[in-house]
Design a protein around this ligand. Structure first.
Ligand SMILES: [Zn+2]
Ligand SMILES: [Zn+2]
Length: 356
């Protein structure tokens, strides 16, 4: 009996939520995204109506008063687009394997050393990254060895590459593929706070220069300005603090997750390539395409090694020695890293780096 064919997003094992037929992927807590949007849009609407509108004719030359209004609206749209881009795409989910690895003898050439495991295969392996041993853990849920810097998000129930954290405000994991947009969103939000605060303060000053000679009288005339300045001041502590923290993380090539772990473990950071290269890696390097085609049809599982069935759907492919680790690309990456180490070349491409 032929069942109607399912698409990948319909058979998805993670806890993500899909919209528009699998074109958009969010975390399970996507609703909180609405709150984040409201926290941006409502104050900006207040700002436009109660502050910027009154400044339209303040600067007679060049229509600068109108520019204040237009900048506020256009810049807010830009911030919202960044938020949406960070929230609505694959953060770097590692494809699951359909069965656990069997007795594993294929790692010898990768200079990996096993530690005793519970069953037939080890739960932890070690791979050399930039001359330092890095533990590669097996994920019981996804049934793959996580590549370095990958972690399993308990909220989304996926392994995510270069996992930074699960952001409840974005309602999505922040990982290899959306960290750039997350960082741009946070830093742009800080600028928006500064802009709204500064223009509100400017409006109060104009009021004081006019009919309301004291600051109290001016604030009483425009309580919205006061409320906006207080709101932006508080918000700036939050988003400005995050911007500073993530600027530090990027400059040292750490994830939030690693930062907490390194601090508790006292482990060295093996990914640090120097501040300029670290920034280049996060801000300018090409973002790798998703490893999932959410709208593709689920392929029938074939146990025999498929000779001419490569590429399309890593998640669904089974058989052959490579499939034991679930994800060809990741183990290729590991292999390249260990090879590069042998050749004395310290470049690393894990974590949003150049395309392999
Ligand atoms: Zn996992
Ligand atoms: Zn998550």
């Amino acid at each position: 009996m032929a069942q109607p064919q399912q698409r990948v997003y319909q058979a998805w094992k993670g806890d993500n939520r899909f919209f528009f037929g699998g074109r958009l992927i969010f975390g399970p807590d996507v609703k909180s995204l609405g709150l984040s949007v409201a926290l941006i849009v409502v104050p900006v609407a207040f700002f436009c109506v109660f502050v910027a509108r009154h400044l339209r004719h303040q600067f007679r030359a060049y229509d600068a008063g109108y520019a204040i209004l237009v900048v506020a609206i256009v810049y807010t749209i830009y911030v919202l687009l960044l938020l949406f881009t960070a929230a609505a795409q694959d953060p770097g989910i590692v494809p699951r394997a359909s069965h656990p690895p069997e007795e594993d003898t294929h790692y010898d050439s990768l200079s990996l050393t096993d530690t005793p495991g519970r069953l037939q295969f080890p739960r932890v392996k070690e791979v050399i990254v930039n001359g330092m041993p890095v533990k590669v853990k097996y994920c019981e849920t996804c049934m793959v060895y996580r590549p370095p810097r990958c972690s399993h998000c308990s909220i989304c129930n996926n392994c995510v590459e270069r996992f930074d954290h699960h952001c409840p405000w974005v309602g999505q994991c922040i990982g290899k593929r959306n960290y750039r947009y997350f960082f741009l969103f946070v830093s742009s939000s800080s600028l928006l706070c500064i802009y709204v605060f500064a223009i509100s303060a400017l409006y109060i000053k104009f009021l004081m220069d006019g009919d309301y000679p004291t600051v109290w009288k001016a604030l009483k005339h425009s309580p919205a300005s006061l409320a906006l300045m207080i709101y932006c001041f508080i918000a700036l502590w939050f988003v400005g603090g995050l911007t500073g923290f993530h600027t530090y993380l990027i400059s040292t090539n750490q994830t939030t997750y690693e930062n907490f772990r390194y601090r508790s473990d006292g482990r060295p950071n093996v990914y640090d390539r120097g501040c300029p290269s670290n920034f280049q890696e996060v801000v300018f390097a090409k973002i790798q395409p998703s490893k999932h085609k959410f709208r593709a049809y689920v392929q029938e599982e074939v146990r025999a090694p498929p000779a001419n069935n490569s590429g399309e759907m890593e998640e669904e492919q089974v058989g052959g020695p490579r499939a034991k680790v679930g994800d060809d690309l990741d183990i290729d990456d590991l292999f390249k890293i260990s090879q590069r180490h042998d050749h004395g070349d310290n470049d690393i491409e894990m974590g949003g780096g150049n395309a392999n």
